[in-house]
Design a protein around this ligand. Structure first.
Ligand code: PLP
Length: 417
């Protein structure tokens, strides 16, 4: 909601954003292009920019701000831990680190002998998974077309998009990409040299692509038969985002390993590789992997606060309820340009009948909604898990007008070409 009267910079006439963006372009590497906004502070699902404009944050830092902005449980946990100690190295451990590992294993339903390695990001969790896979003695990895697993060079080899990979070739060898949600293609690609199959339960960056419910079950059977690991990348789908703690739990399978990040720290950087059962957990031994910061007390305290709050506040059921409400309301709008809603819980894409998403995202932002054109014909929503149905309604009520304007804009810019 563009609401200039509510923020601290509301009275200022100088566009603080414009000045800051100029400084940004002089000081920061250009890999992200020019940012869309200069944000200042937030409250729940609301965020304000430095010029005092208010936005309903339907992207949540790309599925990261699980508890929204400024959640008292997260703020308190971080402040209390910071006052005790922020960092200690992995020569030592802390109650927060041990507690978070135990909590992750519990909510993942991991069997006895399972274990956690802490990293600082999603891509680092995937790097750990790649090294885990190498320790099977095999070198092949099968991933899916459309997959996104991160940008560091190991994880990048698993990521499918050519534009991300090709400038950095050659990447690690042995990675095969197969069509997603195609059991026969997966079966054909997995051989006795396959160390691991790495799959997202829902492909987030590809446009919130949901496979058949039987796909993960088949992947589990295929990998078990071949003696390969099944690694589920829950970096975007995990920590309650799809209405269960982890999306794989909806398939009723137990993977060999799982990568987690994004929502885990509620915005404080943390990632994790979880190994299921003693056999997989023993593949990486002392000295074979490490991290200076991974799982430090501050990040671990944040992770514990996120998981405890999701549990205490019943956010898994809330996510399912609000996510279903969102999908039903968007479809119910009955706009010609809406081709349906994909996803689960609060990881959703509004599927469009044409390439309207980039224009729609710009117009939505101008109207006070933060959303993401994850594909030309798909608008991604990955809001804080605390989003309310009333907040969903604010967006859906505005959607028909935004769609009309986006189609108009797309048509006009096509005419100009
Ligand atoms: N894996 C998946 C499924 C992701 O969605 C992402 C990020 O979008 C990553 C890995 C990489 O995570 P990060 O950006 O924290 O390195």
């Amino acid at each position: 909601m563009a609401d200039g009267a509510t923020g601290p910079g509301a009275a200022a006439s100088a566009p603080a954003s414009a000045v800051m963006l100029q400084r940004y372009q002089r000081a920061l590497l250009g890999v992200f292009g020019v940012p869309q906004l200069v944000l200042d502070h937030g409250d729940g699902a609301w965020a304000w920019d430095v010029d005092g404009r208010r936005y309903l944050d339907l992207l949540g830092g790309i599925a990261v701000n699980a508890l929204g902005h400024n959640h008292p449980a997260l703020v308190t946990a971080i402040a209390e831990q910071a006052a005790r100690m922020v960092h200690i190295s992995n020569f030592y451990t802390s109650a927060a680190q041990v507690g978070l590992a135990e909590k992750i294993l519990a909510v993942a339903g991991a069997p006895e002998g399972s274990a956690v390695f802490f990293a600082n990001s999603g891509t680092e969790a995937v790097e750990a998974a790649v090294k885990l896979a190498r320790r099977t003695g095999r070198t092949g990895i099968v991933a899916a077309e459309g997959a996104f697993h991160g940008r560091t060079t190991g994880a990048l080899a698993l990521t499918h998009k050519a534009a991300y990979r090709e400038p950095f070739a050659p990447l690690i060898p042995g990675v095969t990409h197969v069509p997603y949600d195609d059991v026969d293609a997966l079966r054909a690609a997995v051989t006795e040299d396959t160390s691991a199959v790495v799959l997202e339960p829902i492909q987030g960056e590809a446009g919130v692509v949901v496979p058949d419910p039987a796909y993960l079950v088949a992947a589990r059977e295929i990998t078990a038969a071949a003696g390969a690991l099944l690694v589920v990348d829950e970096i975007q789908t995990g920590v309650g985002r799809t209405g269960t703690w982890f999306a794989f739990q909806q398939a009723g399978i137990v993977p060999d390993a799982m990568t987690v990040a994004k929502g885990l720290g509620g915005g404080v950087p943390i990632g994790a590789l979880v190994t299921f059962g003693p056999q997989t957990s023993h593949l990486l031994t002392a000295g074979q992997h490490g991290s200076t910061f991974g799982g430090n007390p501050l990040a671990a305290a944040a992770g514990l606060a996120v998981l405890d709050t999701i549990e205490r506040d019943g956010l898994l059921d809330h996510v399912t309820e609000v996510g279903n409400h969102l999908a039903a309301r968007v479809v119910g709008v009955g706009h010609d340009a809406v081709d349906g809603v994909r996803g689960a819980g609060l990881l959703r894409a509004v599927a469009l009948t044409g390439p309207y998403a980039p224009s729609l995202a710009v117009l939505a932002r101008e109207a006070g909604f933060l959303v993401n054109p994850v594909a030309p014909d798909a608008l991604r929503l990955a809001p804080p898990l605390v989003l309310t149905t009333e907040q969903v309604d604010l967006f859906v009520d505005a959607l028909p007008g935004l769609l009309d304007a986006a189609i108009d804009l797309s048509t006009r810019s096509k005419e100009q070409i």
